[in-house]
Design a protein around this ligand. Structure first.
Ligand code: FAD
Ligand code: EPU
Length: 338
């Protein structure tokens, strides 16, 4: 394990933002993590736990220690007639694990195909797509407490998952490194095809009998058709969360903007797609120097190359102000600012 200095982080974030880390280390084992956390040379400095860098906005050079999590490998840890439990290292690429499960015919993750990033970061914001969130296949995780070096187990209840939320964005923020996650998959699938364009895509693909591989293929197809590939254009997926607003506020907006789309959340709360709000506020496809708003998906801010984190941050603030002014809705960032 070697700690490098002044490391360029551009290859380690999907926005492809240039920023340097004062110290940078890749860890492959729990022992290496313990050792770096105890190393007296790196105490009392800021730490950034890094997975695939696909939900980060680097706004400046990082004057601390970046710990890149590379704990690899996954294995079946339990099995019964209905379910199979798989424990995966935090550094495993999320989509690789999903593809393994799809190929083995273990159901539950197929709607979450092609989400970038690592297994260890997935519980942070309870990743979700196409009607499924990881909380639905989550069993437990192990994390090391940075202050004490103790390993703790978090079950589903302790994680307190919500829409793009978990304990790791609140009380436990910055206090733990997730080491591994155990998922509970199903041997008998329940198919979730009600969301968005999945059904139409399956029909176009000529699928008459549902199976998890077909759903995964459909999700991959839809995602590739609207989300920019970070290997071609820098981005971090949805920049903001879809706002959840009081139903009364939604009804008033609907009277003013009859085409506003919505999803019911509860008796009293309605979710509105931020992409629609941003598009209606006139931002979709707008480019400002090296950064801009994606032409096919207004919720995705992009770096065309050479853009700075500060430029993206400034653009996001302008978007927030204009959506607030037009609709009276405060957008909050999904992306983590560093
Ligand atoms: P990073 O960006 O490296 O880190 C994210 C946060 O987690 C940081 O705060 C980091 O410090 C922390 N962290 C990372 N690893 C650990 C660990 N082991 N222990 C403790 N903390 C850790 N997200 C969705 O939910 N649904 C989508 O459909 C979706 N689509 C996307 C599409 C594109 C094109 C892109 C670029 C992103 C998309 N995202 C989506 C966001 C992103 O894929 C997820 O947030 C993903 O879980 C981030 O994983 P990562 O390893 O890249 O995390
Ligand atoms: N819309 C527009 N204009 C746009 C974009 C969207 O009007 O430019 C409207 C449309 O009405 C569309 C609706 O917004 O029907 C929803 O759009 P889409 O299906 O593309 O999904 P989203 O709400 O923008 C969310 C997640 C994505 C996830 C998809 C699919 C959030 C913040 N984003 O996006 O997650 O992949 O649904 O489930 O919840 C991410 O978190 O990074 C991410 C990409």
């Amino acid at each position: 394990m070697t700690v490098q200095t002044n490391v360029q982080l551009k290859p380690f974030n999907t926005f492809s933002i240039e920023a340097k880390a004062k110290y940078f280390v890749e860890v492959f084992t729990i022992e290496e993590i313990k050792s770096i956390l105890q190393n007296p040379d790196y105490q009392n400095i800021e730490r950034l736990i890094l997975g695939g860098g696909s939900n980060l906005l680097l706004t400046k050079d990082f004057d601390g220690l970046v710990i890149k999590i590379n704990l690899k490998g996954f294995e079946v840890v339990r099995e019964d007639d209905e379910n199979i439990w798989i424990k995966s290292g935090a550094g495993v690429v999320w989509h690789d694990l999903v593809m393994h499960c799809v190929n083995q015919n273990y159901a539950g993750m197929e709607n979450l195909s092609l989400i970038p990033g690592t297994v260890g970061a997935a519980p942070m914001q309870n990743i979700g797509a196409y009607g499924i969130e990881i909380k639905e296949v989550f069993e437990e995780l192990e994390a090391i407490e940075i202050a004490t070096g103790q390993i703790k187990i978090f079950d589903k209840q302790t994680c307190n998952f919500g829409y793009r939320e978990s304990i790791f964005k609140h009380e436990a923020k910055g206090k733990f490194i997730i080491l591994n996650v155990t998922f509970k998959l199903n041997k008998k699938p329940t198919f979730h095809v009600e969301y968005g364009a999945i059904k139409d895509t399956l029909t176009e693909m000529g699928i008459s009998e549902l199976n998890i591989k077909a759903i995964s293929d459909a999700v991959i197809h839809i995602r590739q058709s609207k989300l920019p590939n970070p290997a071609e254009i820098g981005n971090a997926g949805s920049f903001f969360k879809n706002p959840e607003i009081p139903k009364t506020q939604f009804e008033a907006l609907k009277a003013q903007f009859p085409t506003i789309p919505s999803y019911p959340v509860s008796e009293t709360t309605t979710k509105v797609p931020a992409g629609w709000l941003i598009e209606q506020a006139g931002w979709k496809g707008q480019r400002f120097g090296n950064v801009g708003v994606h032409a096919k998906q207004a919720l995705v801010l992009v770096n065309y190359g050479g853009g700075r984190g500060e430029d993206i941050k400034a653009l996001s603030q302008k978007i927030q102000a204009s959506v607030q002014e037009k609709f009276g809705i405060q957008l909050s960032a999904e992306v983590n600012f560093v």
